[in-house]
Structures are given as structure tokens and as C-alpha cells.
Design a protein around this ligand. Structure first.
Ligand code: HEM
Length: 551
């Protein structure tokens, strides 16, 4: 039998055809193909995804994203919508995109169990994370994330943090020394101290020494280039309307992040500065690792020491030099801003609640000596309660958006009404769905934490009934989403809580804090890399407190 073959066009004939058709027609055909693909994907998404109710768009272009981005408390908006539309709902986002918001403990637990595999970073997050920190732990997903996390984990073990506790105390006592001097030189016996700046110095020097055996010296008044860049972000509050619009539109078109805006230039500067610091530290630590001097070798117990070790024999955990540098950037960003924000909020809330401040001081003074790592964990219940109440009310990172990389079905603990009016106790998620979880909304939800959810009440942590039944359904450290949950749960959680407790205990034992302009001084949210508190009317991220010695 004769098999007829269809002759393939030669490259030359193809080129001739393309030339004949003309570039305009080729461009039109490609655009039509792209649009067709988009329509097909949208149709598939509609078929595969439960269509839920939700708030109407307030802007044709941004949906409700602009309202959320400019709100002082997006958590409150998410909570209000949950009351109206149920524990899972849809919000209109930029350029016709839709996001599903989960406010249900069962759904959230299901979601976090599938993080980095079914639910992954959005293209915009990937672009921004890579530009600022490289392809480190926060950027990686799936198997790659698992490998990187395994290599870093020993640096955060209980034994490792127990050893680092003295570093936390050293930073706290340096700040105490400087504040003593400031108070002594004032004739009124007190001083107005801009505490946010000091909390940043404490957290930067601590993460430098504990993470890489590098003293940034910011508590000794040294200028650290990394703080300059972070501060520029913090002081860059009045981002122009154009910049804000570009950032929002970038969620639909990540390529927009390549436009050289002021924010992008700052991100670039941040990356270069952190890259330089990381490189210097890497070279020094390698030199020390090779040194025959045993006391030097002991420094390998710092987080970077362990990272560098992972460059060695164990092929499974092997990381490239770029990855090691990226992890150092991740540690700097994760360990610097978050703790500094939490400590600042703690000093604000203690100034607003003098009774809580007094009770905390009484517990610390009754305890006597500076508590050890194990005592900080188990022997100071009121300190523990204050710290967790701050972490609940003021999570430094309040909201996460992820993309479904595969179809899924998410179970709910209570049914919700769909757009067509039926009740459902699970929602189908089509590949490509954007999912939002607001830790701030869940941590402060009255439906979950009870009617006093918005109040600063450390006592709730002291009794079994202080935490309501619904809150107990929230999975995550102490039923909070502050450190999230699942494979991406904060690796530095024990580091963070120990540092938080150490610094707070030294400061509250030795000083009394008051809002400079009275108990009711309003505090607002200023937007830097992370949202930070700021006393209304202050420049940048100023939080001035009146501080006197406790005698
Ligand atoms: C109050 C302080 C802190 C809070 C509230 C916090 C919160 C978080 C959150 C929410 C994440 C998840 C990020 C995401 O999924 O995109 C995270 C991840 C991470 N945090 Fe923290 N963090 C704190 C302090 C620290 C400190 C002090 C360190 C290190 C010294 C640290 C190291 C990390 C690392 C390495 C990750 C990445 C984990 C992964 O992707 O597997 N964090 N943190």
C-alpha cells in the first residue's frame, strides 16, 4: 500500500509565507490566539470554580483592591465581608480578576496543608521576591522549598536558640545603657525616646550577630547601609498615585514591576546592599570555617555557619552560592522588620494600658534574675500572655495571596450560600484561582475570638476559657495565623518569640513607658515594606514615648 505523506513546509517557504502575510497580520493572529487561550482558561475556571457571593466592585479597574490597599485595617474589611457573605466569598480584583477569601478555620487548615504544592506564590510575588531577595526560601516552592528548608532548619532548633539567648540580652542591655544615659542627662528624670528606631537597632544587630556573627553596630551608633534602605522604604509613605496604581496593576501584569519607578529603584538598592553584606559575610565565614582555630570553628553554630556547612558534603541539601546569599537576605528581611514592629507595638500597647504594664513588671521583678531560655518559655505566664496578645492583635504580616496550581476542593466548617442561592459546605477551586487569607482578620475576628476580639487583653491567654471554642479550631502557633501554618510556617518563630520576650523583659523591668501626648494619642499605620505603627502627625515612622527609669 502506498502511504501518502504530507510534505512539511521548508523554513524558507515558511519565511516567505510570513513575509507575504506581513508583520501586522502575524501580530494580529498571535494576539487573537492569546485572547482565545485567555477566554478558554476563563471558561474552564468558571466551570471548575464554585461561584460565591461577595462585595461589589467599587472601581472598574481595581475592583476592591484599591480600597483594601489604602485601608488602615484591611483585616476589618475582610471580617465585615465574612459577616455579610459567609466564611468563604469572592472579591473583585484588578482588571476583572477575582479572588476567593477564606475566613474559615477548617478551610484555612486544608489550604495550609497544601502550601507550596497546590497553592503557590503568585507571579507578582515571585517577581518581587526574586528581585529583592533572590531565589531563597521565600521564593522557592515544592521540592525545592523542602530541600532549602531542611538545610536551614538546624539553625533554628531549640538547642540553637538556647545558645542565642545571650545575644538577645546583649542587644537589650545595649539599648538600656543608652536610654539610662539619655535619662540621666535630662533634668526631669525622663526622656522622650523615639522607640521604633531603637527596636529596629535591636532587631538588626541581633539578627546580624545570631544569624551571621556580624555586628552591624547600629546600637553603638554605627551607620548600617541596610537600615538606610529599609528606612527609605519606611519614610517613602507618600508613594505617588501613579506608583500605587502601577503596583496594583502589576498583579495582573507582573512585567510592570520592571518599570523603573522610585519603589523599584529602592527594591534594587535593597537587593544590592543586602547582596554586598551577604557576600562579605559569606567570604568571612568560609575563611573562618577553614581556619584551624577551634574557637573560630565554634561560630559554625550561627545560622550562616550551618548554611555554609550545607554547601559541603550532603549532596541532598546542597545549595548554590546564590541560594546561600539569598537565604541570608531572607533572614535579614524576615528577622529585622517583623520583630522590630512587634516590639514597637508592645511598647505602644503597654503605654496605653498602664495596668498591664504594672502587672508585667511585677511578674518580672518577682522572678528576679534575667530568665533563661527555658524559663522564658515556661516560668513567666504573664510575659507569655502579653507577647501572644501583641502577636494576635498586630501581626506584622497581615495578608497572603496565593495561586491554585491545580484544581482542588476546600471543605468548610459551616455552609455558605453560592451566587445561585444554593448552600454548600465545600468549594471547588479551579486551577488559576487566587486565594486570599487575612491573618489579621482571623486573629481579630469577633466570630472566632469572641466579642472582645479587638481589645488588648493579655488575660485571655491565662485561662482555659479565655480562648473561645472557635479560636481553638484555628491551626497554627497558639491558634494564631501570625506565623501562618503548614510548610511555610515561620522558621524563625522560636527565635522571634525568645527575642521578643528577652527584650521586653529587660525594658519593662527597668523603665516605665507612657505615650508622650497622653493615653489617647492616636496611632496609625504607615506603609513601608511591612505596615508599621506611627503616632499620628509624626514624620516617617515616629513613635515617641516618655520613658523614665523604674526605681
Ligand atoms: C514576630 C516576628 C515574626 C513574624 C510575625 C514572622 C512571620 C512569618 C510569616 C508569616 C512567614 C510566612 C511567609 C510566607 O508564607 O510568605 C514567615 C516565614 C519565615 N520567617 Fe518569620 N516571622 C517573624 C520573625 C522571624 C525571624 C526573627 C526570623 C529569622 C531570624 C524569621 C525567619 C523566617 C523564615 C526563614 C521564613 C521562611 C519560611 C519558609 O518559607 O519556609 N522570621 N515568618
Amino acid at each position: 500500500m502506498k502511504v501518502s505523506t504530507i510534505p512539511l513546509p521548508s523554513p524558507l517557504s515558511l519565511w516567505t509565507t510570513v513575509r507575504g502575510v506581513g508583520p501586522f497580520n502575524v501580530a494580529c493572529s498571535l494576539a487573537a490566539l492569546w485572547a482565545f487561550g485567555k477566554v478558554l482558561r476563563a471558561l474552564r475556571w468558571r466551570l471548575k470554580t464554585t461561584q460565591l457571593r461577595g462585595p461589589p466592585r467599587t472601581s472598574f479597574i481595581y475592583g476592591v483592591s484599591h480600597d483594601l490597599a489604602s485601608s488602615q485595617d484591611s483585616g476589618e474589611m475582610y471580617e465585615r465581608w465574612a459577616t455579610e457573605y459567609g466564611v468563604a466569598y469572592m472579591i473583585p480584583s484588578v482588571l476583572g480578576q477575582t479572588r476567593i477569601v477564606l475566613c474559615d478555620p477548617r478551610a484555612i487548615a486544608h489550604f495550609y496543608a497544601r502550601e507550596t504544592w497546590t497553592y503557590v506564590q503568585t507571579p507578582l510575588s515571585l517577581t518581587l521576591l526574586e528581585a529583592s531577595m533572590g531565589r531563597g526560601l521565600l521564593w522557592s516552592q515544592g521540592e525545592d522549598h523542602k530541600r532549602q528548608r531542611k538545610a536551614l532548619t538546624p539553625g533554628f532548633s531549640n538547642a540553637a536558640i538556647r545558645k542565642l539567648t545571650s545575644v538577645f540580652y546583649d542587644s537589650a542591655y545595649k539599648a538600656k545603657g543608652a536610654w539610662d544615659t539619655a535619662i540621666e542627662s535630662s533634668k526631669d528624670g525622663d526622656a522622650v525616646i523615639e522607640v521604633q528606631n531603637w527596636m529596629s537597632h535591636i532587631s538588626l544587630d541581633t539578627v546580624g550577630i545570631a544569624g551571621f556573627s556580624h555586628d552591624f553596630g547600629s546600637l553603638d551608633g554605627k551607620h548600617a547601609s541596610v537600615t538606610e534602605v529599609f528606612d527609605t522604604f519606611g519614610n517613602n509613605q507618600q508613594a505617588s498615585a501613579v506608583n500605587k496604581a502601577l503596583l496594583l496593576l502589576a498583579s495582573a501584569f507582573p512585567i510592570i514591576t520592571k518599570i523603573p519607578t522610585k519603589r523599584r529603584n529602592l527594591m534594587k538598592k535593597l537587593s544590592i546592599t543586602m547582596g554586598e553584606i551577604s557576600n562579605d559575610l559569606l567570604i568571612r565565614s568560609r575563611r573562618e570555617k577553614d581556619s584551624v582555630n577551634m574557637s573560630r570553628r565554634e561560630e559554625e553554630k550561627s545560622i550562616i555557619g550551618l548554611l555554609i556547612k550545607s554547601e559541603g558534603q550532603d549532596a541532598e541539601l546542597r545549595m548554590s552560592k546564590e541560594e546561600v546569599v539569598a537565604q541570608m537576605k531572607v533572614l535579614l528581611v524576615a528577622g529585622y522588620e517583623t520583630i522590630s514592629i512587634s516590639l514597637t507595638w508592645a511598647l505602644i500597647e503597654l503605654s496605653r494600658h498602664p495596668d498591664v504594664q504594672t502587672s508585667l513588671r511585677e511578674e518580672l521583678l518577682a522572678f528576679g534574675a534575667d530568665p533563661t531560655y527555658d524559663q522564658l518559655k515556661a516560668s513567666l505566664p504573664y510575659l507569655d500572655a502579653v507577647v501572644h496578645e501583641i502577636l494576635r492583635l498586630h501581626p506584622p504580616v497581615g495578608e497572603f495571596i496565593r495561586l491554585a496550581a491545580a484544581d482542588d476542593v476546600i471543605p468548610l466548617s459551616e455552609p455558605v450560600r453560592t451566587i445561585s442561592g444554593e448552600m454548600t459546605d465545600s468549594i471547588s477551586i479551579g486551577k488559576g484561582t487566587l486565594i486570599t487569607i487575612s491573618g489579621a482578620a482571623i486573629n481579630r475576628s469577633s466570630a472566632i475570638w469572641g466579642p472582645d476580639a479587638k481589645e488588648f487583653k493579655p488575660d485571655r491567654w491565662l485561662t482555659e476559657d479565655g480562648i473561645s471554642g472557635k479560636a481553638k479550631e484555628v491551626q497554627g502557633h497558639r491558634h494564631l495565623l501570625t506565623f501562618v501554618d503548614g510548610p511555610r510556617t515561620c522558621l524563625g518563630k522560636d527565635f522571634a518569640i525568645t527575642e521578643f520576650k528577652t527584650v521586653l523583659s529587660v525594658l519593662v523591668k527597668n523603665f516605665v513607658f507612657e505615650m508622650r501626648d497622653g493615653l489617647d494619642t492616636p496611632v496609625e499605620i504607615a506603609r513601608g515594606i511591612f505596615p508599621r505603627p506611627r503616632v499620628v502627625g509624626e514624620d516617617g515612622i515616629g513613635v515617641p514615648l516618655r520613658v523614665r527609669r523604674y526605681e
